[in-house]
Design a protein around this ligand. Structure first.
Ligand code: SF4
Length: 347
């Protein structure tokens, strides 16, 4: 059993299925900029950065970008720039030390009680700030024997009560595989919860189809989905409908956001994001300080500004809509809370 993306069979003549939308994703800056009616000379799109890690962005996500806007916050998240090729102090290929927390292929085990499975090396979208952009996926792409080793590892550690599906994007794997692996995990008595970290339902909402809902609900495990939404413009009606489908099937929905310079580093944007998330049934959960991965330094927001944003967001929203501001540190036993400022000036 492998997590390869399967060929599709569409049942709706006029509505592309998620596999078709994935296959049709835009893969070159030239194509993307042409669709957005932008002049490449206005942007620092870099062939070298594109070669190092290619652009990939599905059309349903592109359709939420503003045509003719070189500062579009969704465009900034996916366009390969020359700035990615500049070395920056403190930025590295493996900022969270995950390669040291990889006890068997396919498993990352950093925190007590939770273990993460690299379900799929593929993503539907390539986010330029991704902390796993240099992860050695080739060593973590498993066949049946290796998956059994991963399952044996989970079964051998009775302290693990929660399994996290990650990647890449776990929902890039096919549903037959996801059904199989979920059934295997459910046979391990000490595992109670399944957490799915994904960006696919955001960028291709049709991913939440009956086949996907089947394996998520045909299990004794309590299923939690953690979305990754960074900007209110990312949420449209199709995203809202995908969230509703999941809610109707009893899936808990949370969101984590990465704080990104010139994308979402304003209190207005973050407050609107929390409001919109709540409107579509997703609870704001975490705001992450950027992980210092090579190639992403131009997205970094200063610690001082993060403190101010946190305080300003507390002032602007009811407490239940304010996500926790956290960072990850290699070797730490949990995510770490970020300190608050007493000044509310980050507007
Ligand atoms: S793992 Fe998540 S953040 Fe990283 S590229 Fe894939 S979808 Fe984007």
């Amino acid at each position: 059993m492998t997590a390869d993306i399967i060929p599709h069979t569409s049942t709706e003549a006029h509505q592309p299925c998620w596999q078709e939308e994935l296959a049709a994703a835009i893969r070159t800056p030239a194509d993307l900029l042409e669709r957005l009616e932008l002049n490449p000379a206005q942007l620092d799109a870099s062939p070298v950065a594109q070669q190092a890690w290619s652009l990939r962005v599905p059309l349903p996500y592109v359709q939420r970008m503003n045509k003719g806007d070189i500062d579009d916050p969704l465009l900034k998240q996916v366009l390969p720039l020359g700035a990615e090729m500049l070395a920056a102090p403190g930025f590295s290929r493996d900022p969270l030390g995950e390669e040291d927390a990889n006890p068997v292929p396919g498993v990352v085990h950093k925190y007590q009680g939770r273990a993460l499975l690299i379900i799929s090396p593929a993503c539907a979208i390539h986010c330029r700030y991704c902390f796993r952009r240099h992860f050695p996926y080739e060593d973590n792409t498993l066949g049946r024997k290796e998956w059994q080793m991963a399952l044996d590892y989970l079964a051998s550690d009775k302290s693990i009560s929660e399994v996290i599906y990650s990647g890449g994007d776990p929902l890039a794997a096919n549903d037959n595989f996801l059904l199989w692996i979920t059934q295997q995990i459910a046979t391990i008595p000490h595992i109670k919860r399944l957490r799915i970290h994904t960006r696919l339902p955001l960028v291709i909402p049709s991913r939440i189809d009956p086949s996907c809902l089947h394996w998520m609900t045909a299990t004794r495990l309590k299923v939690v989905m953690v979305w990754h939404i960074n900007h209110p413009n990312e949420i449209d009606q199709a995203v809202s409908q995908a969230a509703q489908r999941l809610k109707r099937h009893g899936i808990e929905l949370l969101n984590q956001t990465v704080l990104l310079k010139q994308v979402n580093d304003s209190v207005y944007t973050l407050a609107e994001l929390s409001e919109k998330l709540f409107d579509v049934g997703i609870m704001p959960y975490y705001i992450h300080r950027l992980d210092k991965v090579s190639g992403a330094a131009h997205f970094e927001v200063s610690d001082n500004k993060i403190q101010q944003l946190q305080q300003a967001l507390l002032n602007a929203l009811p407490g239940y809509l304010v996500p926790r501001f956290v960072c990850e540190q290699a070797g730490a036993l949990s995510k770490l809370p970020l300190p608050l400022s007493t000044e509310a000036t980050a507007r």
